[in-house]
Design a protein around this ligand. Structure first.
Ligand code: SDX
Length: 443
């Protein structure tokens, strides 16, 4: 019977090493440290920039099969959850591992709604931002600031504290997000209305004006709630890696979520939906798509909303977003930018440049046109990603805290710099020749 192991011969010494292949098809990198040429040799390391082929943890939360285009939260297919569930139930599933019964759902909903308010000082803190501050930058700052209101949150090994901070963050991030939006519009903040659903309350805090009894449009409320479900978790993406890495220092979860939010802000990650709209507006019309595609293929432009580190097939979330877009347009009217998206997709899915690189639409490709039709400014798009992802980040963080194998994250490096040099007094120094991040005629 075939053995579940690798046999490696170190040709430097002729020694053979047998490495067990563990569950999930992994080999522990630590085994390579045993491969030495002498007793005092450090041994070998594995080298994997951006961790493209390195598992950092074992997780039970989200499963992705990138080749088959499969996404499941705790074993439930995303398509089923998007059709039959709601975001708050999915947040419970991601955090607790099971779908709730009536009693547990009611308690969970009540627990989250108990924490939708924020300390009044947060309003003063937020007023310090410029009038045109990017809401995602404000969110990073205000989530980080929350850590100063809950100093007891650094008791990260205490289960009750973890549970309380999880409820607080899932409850408060929409409020901070809505306050950031109102700040950019110069509008008074709207306090939470806990008589509304989780997503309905968020829409109320965003869009309520002088009406006494704000009721969100039910089609838009459901559309946004499904979009929240689609964005709730996605295994070890860049921002979740930041959450786990920063959290591994045993800092409080508010500081770790602030770091994860900062990672999500980047245009290659959660900022891609904003970048997609800017790209579509730049293209301007479906007739300009062929020329844009040419510029992508020369490397001059990137087709934002396309490609994925894991999905080498159509992102299953993108299919659902595309359907939701048209449900929203039924209420808001067609966002004509989608015609450019459809033409980009049509051409890209036939063009060998994209097919050979397995580049397909990802979750961000159609969200922008949908959010824009719902009345959100582009700068709010990454914020709409951060809100639901908070439940995923908190679940992944708690899993890391509980994992006996996890320690403080501290990767190694391959040193390629100067070996050793002797300091010289400034008077005797020559013109520096090789400087990094420098321009020859500038200091
Ligand atoms: C999210 O990880 C997650 O799970 C993230 C996420 C989540 O839910 O958390 O799914 C959310 O972040 C989705 C991704 C949103 N980002 C974008 O849409 C930005 C555009 N896409 C890319 O920049 C890119 O595809 C990444 C960043 C998403 C993935 O990059 P990889 O895996 O590092 O791939 P790569 O850059 O090595 O690309 C491989 C090749 C390269 O060409 P060659 O050097 O081989 O010639 O494909 C090309 C790239 O140039 N390529 C693209 C492209 N994406 C990759 N070419 C044009 N347009 C693109 N979008």
């Amino acid at each position: 019977m075939a053995k579940n192991s690798l046999t490696i011969t170190d040709n430097r010494t002729g020694k053979q090493y047998e490495l067990p292949i563990e569950e999930g098809g992994v080999v522990r990198a630590s085994h390579f440290r045993d491969m030495k040429t002498a007793a005092d040799d450090f041994g070998l390391m594995t080298y994997d920039p951006s961790f493209a082929n390195t598992a950092s943890c074992r997780s039970r939360i989200t499963f992705i099969d990138g080749d088959a285009g499969i996404l499941r939260y705790r074993g439930y297919p995303i398509e089923e959850l998007a059709e039959k569930s709601n975001y708050l139930e999915v947040a419970y599933l991601i955090v607790k591992g099971e779908l709730p019964n009536h009693k547990h759902y009611a308690a969970w909903e009540q627990n989250i709604k108990t924490h939708t308010m924020v300390h009044e000082n947060i309003k003063k803190f937020m007023e310090g931002f410029r009038y045109d501050a990017h809401p995602m930058g404000m969110l990073v700052g205000t989530i980080g600031a929350l850590s100063t209101f809950y100093p007891e949150a650094n008791a990260i090994t205490d289960l009750e504290s973890r549970r309380l901070q999880t409820r607080r963050l899932i409850g408060k991030v929409p409020t901070l997000a809505a306050f950031a939006y109102r700040h950019t519009r110069g509008l008074p903040y709207v306090y939470p209305d806990n008589d509304l659903s989780y997503t309905g309350n968020f829409l109320s805090m965003l869009f309520r004006m002088a009406e006494r009894d704000y009721q969100p449009n039910p089609i838009l409320e459901r559309a946004l709630d499904v979009l929240f479900i689609l964005h709730a978790d996605h295994e070890q993406n860049c921002s979740t890696n930041a959450m786990r890495s920063v959290g591994s220092s045993q800092v409080d979860p508010y500081s770790a979520v602030a770091a994860a939010t900062a990672a999500l802000y980047g245009p290659l990650h959660g900022g891609a939906n904003e970048a997609v709209i800017r790209m579509l507006m730049d293209i301007g019309s479906p007739k300009n798509v062929p020329d844009f595609i040419k510029r992508v293929k020369t490397g001059e432009r990137r087709l934002m909303g396309f490609g994925h580190r894991v999905y080498k097939n159509y992102d299953p979330r993108a299919k659902i977003v595309k359907r939701i877009a048209y449900e929203v347009f039924e209420v808001t009217g067609l966002n004509r930018l989608i015609e450019i998206s459809l033409e980009l997709e049509r051409i890209a899915l036939e063009d060998d440049y994209f097919v050979s690189r397995k580049l397909y639409p990802n979750v961000d490709f159609y969200t922008g046109v949908t959010y824009q039709a719902m009345g959100f400014p582009m700068t709010m798009f990454p914020v709409l990603f951060a809100i639901p992802r908070t439940s995923g980040w908190m679940a992944q963080w708690a899993e890391m805290v509980r994992d006996p194998e996890q320690k403080i994250a501290r990767p190694r490096q391959v040193y390629i710099g100067e070996v050793v040099r002797k300091w010289a007094p400034i008077d005797g120094r020559a013109e520096p020749t090789t400087r990094e991040d420098a321009v020859s005629d500038q200091i």
